[in-house]
Design a binder for this molecule. Structure first.
Ligand code: ASC
Length: 151
């Protein structure tokens, strides 16, 4: 059942990410969308982080399932970074997302690559490997935040 659900999500995600650019009627809709995608991604990433940090017992199946969701979700938020939606308030994207778009896209790709690796590693059920892959993935979050997100 979970497998079927994940397969359905994966299909939806692959269809959605292609058409997402055209799906926003207003810039605010794109902002809401990307925030929602990051919120869901962070919730599932955080569950793995809690295990990696020893704040929660290691549950290999839960780690693998959360990592698959993170990997699928990581494809979504970037379509929501439409022109004219930078800000200055805490957590909002700086204007350099659009003036340095190639670098931003590269940061996005790095995140997607690392969470894809995390999902693969998590299937193996080895906590030390999950910790290492989680750390690499978290570093890509931080790198992008440091450069493109208002503190
Ligand atoms: C998380 C989360 C992030 C990243 C970042 C890593 O769990 O929600 O945004 O890790 O804190 O530095």
């Amino acid at each position: 059942m979970k497998r079927l659900l994940l397969a359905s999500i994966a299909t939806l995600v692959s269809l959605t990410s292609v058409s997402a650019v055209a799906q926003f009627q207003k810039p605010e809709d794109a902002v809401k969308y990307r925030k929602a995608a990051f919120t869901v991604m962070a919730a599932h990433f955080g569950r793995i982080g809690a295990m990696a940090a020893g704040r929660a017992p290691f549950d290999a199946a839960a780690a693998a399932s959360n990592a698959e969701i993170v990997a699928a979700m990581s494809k979504l938020p970037y379509a929501g970074f439409v022109e004219g939606t930078s800000g200055t308030d805490k957590g909002s994207p700086k204007a350099n997302v659009w003036t340095e778009r190639a670098k931003f896209d590269d940061e996005a790709k790095k995140l997607q690559d690392e969470v894809t690796k995390l999902a693969a590693v998590a299937k193996g059920g080895n906590l030390d490997q999950v910790k290492a892959a989680f750390g690499s993935a978290a570093a890509t979050c931080k790198s992008c935040h440091d450069h493109f997100r208002n503190p």
